[in-house]
Design a protein around this ligand. Structure first.
Ligand SMILES: Cc1cc2nc3c(=O)[nH]c(=O)nc-3n(C[C@H](O)[C@H](O)[C@H](O)COP(=O)(O)O)c2cc1C
Length: 381
C-alpha cells in the first residue's frame, strides 16, 4: 500500500526531513550515540535530559558532559527537566546567551521516581498553571531557539493530562508536542496506545509527534497513517540498531527499505561506535558504557548463551575482539527480533509524587526546592 508522505517538520528556521526524531534517552543519547545514528539518516537527534537547576547553578559535570555537541551536529538539541520556572529561565538564558543550542525540548513525561517525587516529569502537567509557567519561561528566554514539549498520556488512566499539555504548548508558542502513548504508571509495559496521538493531532494547531513502540520503518509509516501525526519519535527501537534511521529515511522517501544487516555488518558498526566512545572517554570508561550497547547489538542473533555471557563481561578491546572472533559474520537476525525488549520493558508501578501534590492542582507554586537529583544515574522517560 502506498503511504502518505508527510512534509518536512518545521523547527524554527530549520526543516527536519524525514520527520524523524531520536528520542532523548538518559544514559544513551550522548554525542557519540547521536553522531552514530545521524550517520545513517536524516532527522533530529536529541541529547540526554539535563536538570535546569543543575545548569542554573553551574554544575560542572552537567555543563561539560551533557551540554556536549559535535561540531558536525547541525541542530544541537537538548532536553531540559525542571520543576521551577526560575531554574528554566536562568538555564535557558545562559544556554541561549552562550549560543550553545538550536532546539530545546521540555520533559514533562518522565516517570522515574527520583524525578516525579520532586514534582518533575509526568507530575508537572497535573498542575496546568505550573506547566504553563515552565513552558513560558523556556519560550520567552529561548528567543529564536524553538522549544518543544514531550509528554505521556498522563499519570494514570484517571489523571489524563496530554490535552492540557497540547493546549499549553500551542498557547505558549512551542514548535510541537511529542506524545508517548503510555501513562507514567505504565512505564514501558504492554503496548503503547496511539489513539491519544490521533486525537491530539486532530485538535492541535501545532505539529504533533507520535512516540511509542516504533521498532521498524513500517511501524513508523503505520503510525503516521493511523494517527496523522507530523513526525515520529524513536526510542528503544534504535538501541543496538542505529541503522533503523537508514530504514526510516528510505521508507519516508518511498525507497526500498534495506534488509536487516548480517552480523558482520553489525560488528563493523559496533567497532566504529566503540572507537568513537574510546576516543571520547578512554578505554575503561568506554567499555563500561559500551557493555549495554553490546548486549543490544547482539540481540536477535543466534550466538549462544556462553558467548552472550562473555560479551556481557568484556572489559578490554582486546577481550572484545577475542569474543567477536568466535561469531559468524553471516548470521542473520531472527525474524521479529527487532521487538525484543531493550533497556526498559517493565510495567505498572505507582508513581511517587511530593506529599499533598494532588491537593491543589491549580497552584502554580513550584514544589519546595530540593537538591537536584543526580541525573547521571536517572533513566528518564
Ligand atoms: C534508556 C531510556 C532512557 C530514557 N530517557 C528519557 C529521557 O531522558 N527523557 C525523555 O523524555 N524520555 C526518555 N525515555 C523515553 C523515550 O524517550 C521514549 O519516550 C520511550 O522509550 C518510548 O518510545 P519507544 O517505545 O520508541 O522506546 C527514555 C527511554 C529509555 C529506554
Amino acid at each position: 500500500m502506498a503511504h502518505p508522505v508527510p512534509p518536512a517538520l518545521p523547527l524554527g528556521p530549520h526543516r527536519i526531513w524525514p520527520p524523524v526524531v531520536l528520542a532523548p534517552m538518559a544514559g544513551v543519547t550522548n554525542r557519540v550515540f547521536r553522531t552514530l545514528c545521524a550517520g545513517f539518516g536524516g532527522g533530529l537527534y536529541v541529547a540526554e535530559m539535563v536538570s535546569a537547576r543543575a545548569l542554573r547553578f553551574g554544575d560542572r559535570k552537567t555543563w561539560d558532559s551533557y551540554v556536549d555537541f559535535d561540531p558536525a551536529e547541525r541542530i544541537r538539541s537538548l532536553q531540559l527537566y525542571a520543576t521551577d520556572p526560575t531554574d528554566v529561565a536562568e538555564a535557558v538564558r545562559r544556554l541561549v546567551g552562550e549560543g550553545r543550542l538550536d532546539h530545546l525540548d521540555l520533559n514533562v513525561g518522565c516517570p522515574a521516581p527520583k524525578i516525579t517525587r520532586k514534582g518533575g516529569g509526568s507530575a508537572i502537567p497535573l498542575k496546568a498553571n505550573l506547566l504553563r509557567s515552565i513552558v513560558r519561561a523556556a519560550v520567552t528566554n529561548a528567543g529564536t531557539v524553538p522549544v518543544s514539549v514531550k509528554c505521556r498520556i498522563g499519570l494514570d488512566e484517571r489523571l489524563v493530562t496530554y490535552r492540557t499539555v497540547g493546549e499549553v504548548a500551542a498557547g505558549e508558542g512551542c514548535a510541537w508536542v511529542a506524545l508517548h502513548g503510555r501513562t507514567a504508571v505504565q512505564l514501558y509495559g504492554g503496548q503503547a496506545d496511539w489513539r491519544p496521538i490521533a486525537e491530539l493531532k486532530a485538535a492541535s494547531p501545532i505539529p504533533v509527534l507520535g512516540n511509542g513502540d516504533l521498532f521498524t520503518a513500517s511501524d513508523a509509516l503505520r503510525m503516521v497513517e493511523e494517527t496523522g501525526c507530523d513526525g515520529v519519535v524513536i526510542g528503544r527501537g534504535c538501541l543496538g540498531r542505529p541503522w533503523l534511521f537508514a530504514e526510516l529515511d528510505a521508507a519516508f522517501r518511498g525507497d526500498p527499505v534495506p534488509v536487516a544487516p548480517r552480523f558482520g555488518v553489525v560488528m563493523a558498526v559496533l567497532r566504529g561506535h566503540l572507537d568513537a566512545l574510546t576516543e571520547a572517554k578512554g578505554e575503561p570508561a568506554a567499555l563500561r558504557e559500551f557493555r549495554k550497547h553490546l548486549s543490544w547489538y547482539a540481540k536477535g542473533y543466534a550466538i549462544g548463551v556462553d558467548v552472550r555471557r562473555q560479551l556481557a563481561q568484556v572489559s578490554t578491546r582486546v577481550g572484545l575482539e577475542a569474543v567477536l572472533a568466535l561469531l559468524d559474520p553471516d548470521a542473520a537476525p531472527a525474524p521479529g527480533s527487532e521487538r525484543l525488549p531493550r533497556a526498559k520493558s517493565s510495567s505498572q508501578r505507582r508513581v511517587a509524587l511530593p506529599d499533598g501534590y494532588l491537593d491543589e492542582l491549580d497552584d502554580a507554586t513550584p514544589p519546595p526546592s530540593a537538591d537536584h537529583p543526580d541525573l547521571a544515574s536517572v533513566s528518564g522517560g
